[in-house]
Design a protein around this ligand. Structure first.
Ligand code: ARG
Ligand code: ZN
Length: 449
């Protein structure tokens, strides 16, 4: 090695360890998630008293460094941190808004596995997202309604809060005896002592943080199996029982129908959380969608379809939210047609003919709705119309192959619109850039595609 090379190499080596990024690089939510590591597992122990809103959490995070890190960030909003350890060793930390910057005693080399223990506590409130909608850990008179989309998981635990870092979860929630705590996955333990009940939930399937929940309320738990043996665990607020039962009556049939169209149901269980205290919307929380009151059949179909499209295959960036909402909306159209309602083509025709050109359906491009318009009607309805238009263009065989392949290829991961364009071109053999451009990106009514 020449002297010149040594001189150049030395400073680079000395500066090898550097801070992990405060975001994953999502243009819509620049501080969501963090750079430099991958979480594989969250183990959360939460104690929550609805009467006082006192909340105490212990988070144990298993992760692997993907860079040489001098510091790394987690996302956490609110709470006081009582103790923070990295791989068992006390670590310094600094907080700035949602960013919790951790400086481990020993720097983390790329590829190194590490654990983070965070003990934190505080009083929960009613957080809102950038549009002003309640989200995250929302305190309710009877407990909590926990719905994190898009980056509200950080309102209740320290997290790499972006769908590109999926992980498995064990969530235990201790609540006053008589309250029920419901999280994702399966109930693996329940014990009561000194007037408190601990509910242990476990999900072995990969999950994006926005799909985690730990809702507390006056729920009855009902457990049964579908004809195919899939465990269903429903949590229904005691005030809502008869209406809620009607809403959930066709769950097993819906799963069977969607499996025949999309492929096998992706997770180990399913169910619903139906709460009377409302945030005004439903969310497809993984394995256990949460509803603000008894849902319509169409809404149950929508949230079920998200288990394939949104949950198994998640958006690689929030701009691509139409890959969730357009697909789930289209799926609810398919269910409606399957059960004797209008055809998907009739719905398309009616919308295309009747919605005036200046309507937000046409002026908001579903492929770039802006961060404050993530859940615009266009994202849902024009997103679904895009799929119907694609079906008409490529034919039924190619279209349903695309739907199934989309799930099969990206299951447990994330994907973006460009991946869908590529898959659709591959399966159909047709150039589709222009098609997706007018349907997804243009702020005007498509006229030729
Ligand atoms: N993804 C949810 C659904 O299926 C909607 C969430 C709406 N969230 C909100 N903050 N408005 O349909
Ligand atoms: Zn949806």
């Amino acid at each position: 090695m020449s002297l010149a090379l040594v001189l150049v190499a030395t400073p680079a080596l000395a500066g090898r360890f550097h801070p992990g990024a405060p975001g994953v690089g999502d243009d819509y939510f620049p501080l969501a998630g963090n750079g430099g590591y991958d979480v594989s597992h969250y183990d959360l122990d939460i104690t929550f008293d609805p009467a006082t809103r006192d909340f105490a959490g212990v988070a144990r995070i298993e992760a692997t460094a993907t860079d040489d890190l001098s510091t790394f960030n987690l996302d956490l909003r609110g709470f006081a941190i009582d103790r923070l350890r990295v791989s068992g060793v006390r670590a310094r930390f600094h907080r700035d808004g949602q960013e919790l910057t951790v400086r481990p005693r020993h720097k983390l080399k790329d590829g190194r596995d590490f654990t983070v223990l965070v003990e934190y506590a505080g009083t929960t409130g009613r957080p809102t997202d950038i549009e002003g909608a309640l989200y995250g850990w929302v305190s309710m008179p009877d407990g909590s309604f926990v719905a994190n989309e898009p980056e509200g998981a950080s309102t209740w635990y320290p997290v790499n809060d972006h769908p590109t870092d999926k992980a498995t979860y064990d969530i235990s929630v201790t609540v006053p005896k008589g309250k029920t705590a419901v999280a994702n996955g399966e109930l693996v333990g329940r014990s009561t002592s000194d007037g408190w009940t601990t509910w242990d939930w476990s999900s072995d399937d990969q999950m994006a943080s926005y799909l985690s929940t730990a809702s507390v309320g006056d729920y009855d738990l009902r457990t049964y199996e579908t004809a195919d043996g899939l465990p269903i665990i429903d949590a229904v607020d005691r005030d809502l029982a008869p209406d809620a039962d009607d809403a959930l009556a066709r769950t097993g049939q819906m799963i069977g129908y969607f499996e025949s169209v999309f492929g096998d149901y992706p997770f180990a269980s399913f169910g619903a959380i139906i709460d009377d205290d409302s945030v005004g919307y439903a969310l497809e929380t993984q394995t256990r969608p949460i509803y603000s009151g008894p849902p319509s059949e169409g809404t149950v179909a929508h949230e079920l379809a998200h288990q394939w499209y949104g949950n198994a295959v998640s958006p690689g960036r929030w701009q691509d939210i139409w890959l969730n909402e357009g697909f789930a909306t289209y799926a609810s159209w398919l269910w409606d047609e399957h059960t004797g309602g209008r055809t998907t083509a009739a719905r398309f025709d009616q919308l295309y003919a009747s919605v005036p050109p200046g309507s937000s359906l046409w002026t908001v491009p579903p492929g770039d709705p802006t961060p404050t318009n993530l859940f615009a009607g266009s994202v849902y309805t024009r997103g679904a119309m895009t799929l119907e238009a694609l079906r008409a263009k490529v034919g039924d065989d190619a279209f349903f192959t695309i739907l199934r392949q989309w799930f099969e290829r990206h299951d447990d991961g994330t994907a973006v619109t460009a991946d869908l364009v590529a898959l659709s071109e591959e399966v159909s053999g047709m150039p589709l850039d222009h098609f997706f451009d007018v349907w997804i990106y243009q702020p005007s009514k498509p006229t030729d595609w």
